[in-house]
Design a protein around this ligand. Structure first.
Ligand code: PLP
Length: 356
């Protein structure tokens, strides 16, 4: 029997993926050459569809990479390099990104850790003369989000600074204002409802220009080299063609982002209201302004957390483990588009019976 998973990544894949995988095999897509017309056609189609469904500006470039982690490194090497780069984060994923960058660019990488109940303030870092900011828009580790209004305050305070945003657990789930930043990236095994092994990397014209002037293609994953290839609907190396094909099929299938985001926002509000009914289990994030719409985190004692995860498992439901600091004292619930309303109803029924 297939488990119902609420893990926030790798997360539930769209059920249609089973058929799409079969179609990929039968149509011969799995063996096509990545310099062929057929591949270039798939690549063009998935880029056009993704831009349309997710409301990405026409002059932004969508590229394929292998993961969010690779995206961190590409940004460090192709964009941040000599810039004064400030990482704003409240938990583990944002911190990891900072640490990778710090190792590559030790003299120009700075951190601005903020409390998980708070939002960052532009004035706080002016003494660093920032040329670049890195935001983890949806912090998967604690279930917080940096809202578009907050990113806008940084854009307005530092109009010349580049802004890069990790949207791994929110891309395709919430409405993003892409004009507010220069780089947006995600891997596909979370909110996009696909198997792991592919990342999407979205750049403003300004980010592309900066990467071209900063370096030639010194590495296989230099941003300017990836860009040169995607201009021809190709990639520097043989990419994950199956996953690119699956992304194309999922993009054909899903609603435009306005509709999906509306549904998820309502579902998240319902989850938060529901989870306020218990005393031994409480929401990790008290401040509604910074609560995530796509990852919900519930806190309790270690034995309580272990108990509810086990009880769920007995009913074939998988709750997400806590992450990092919160490993043993929280569980997480993904509110991703691939999760069906009847699955949410089943989990709510289970939690109503067992939470106190
Ligand atoms: C999962 C996650 C990552 C890492 O993704 P990989 O595909 O393992 O590289 C990075 N950032 C955030 C916010 C994540 O949730």
């Amino acid at each position: 029997m297939q488990l119902i998973t609420f893990y926030p990544g790798p997360a539930k894949v769209y059920p249609q993926v089973a058929q799409y995988m079969q179609d990929a095999y039968e149509s011969g897509v799995l063996s096509i050459n990545h310099r062929s017309q057929e591949f270039m056609e798939i690549c063009r189609k998935v880029i056009d569809l993704t831009k349309f469904k997710l409301n990405i500006p026409a002059d932004y470039t969508l590229m394929f990479v292998s993961s969010a982690t690779e995206s961190w490194e590409i940004i460090s090497q192709s964009l941040a390099a000599t810039l004064n780069c400030v990482h704003l984060y409240s938990d583990a994923f944002g911190r990891k990104w900072y640490q990778y960058d710090k190792k590559l660019n030790p003299d120009t990488t700075f951190e601005y850790p903020f409390s998980l109940q708070d939002k960052p303030e532009p004035d706080y870092v002016s003494f660093l003369n920032p040329d670049m900011f890195c935001f983890t828009q949806n912090e998967t580790a604690n279930g917080t989000q940096v809202r578009m209004e907050t990113i806008r305050t940084f854009r307005q305070a530092y109009p010349d600074a580049l802004i890069a945003v990790d949207v791994t657990s929110s891309l395709a789930g919430i409405e993003l204002d892409f004009r507010l930043a220069d780089v947006w990236f995600a891997s596909v095994q979370k909110c996009l409802g696909l198997p792991a092994g592919l990342g999407v990397f979205i750049c403003s014209p300004r980010a592309i220009e900066r990467s071209i002037s900063k370096e030639g293609h010194v590495r296989y994953n230099s941003l300017s080299f990836i860009y040169e290839n995607i201009e021809k609907y190709q990639t520097p190396y043989t990419p994950n063609v199956l996953n690119i094909y699956l992304l194309m099929r999922v993009m054909e299938q899903i609603n435009v982002i306005q509709l999906t985001a509306g549904r998820l926002r309502q579902q998240a509000a319902d989850w938060y209201a529901f989870l306020e009914n218990f005393s031994e289990y409480e929401l990790l994030i008290n401040n509604p302004e910074v609560r995530s719409d796509t990852v919900i985190t519930v806190k309790s004692s270690e034995p309580n957390i272990r108990r509810i995860k086990e009880l769920a498992r007995q009913e074939n439901i998988v709750l997400g483990n806590g992450y990092g600091t919160w490993k043993d004292t929280t569980f997480r619930i993904a509110n991703f588009p691939a999760i069906a309303p009847d699955e949410i109803a089943l989990l709510k029924d289970l939690l109503s019976r067992h939470l106190t």
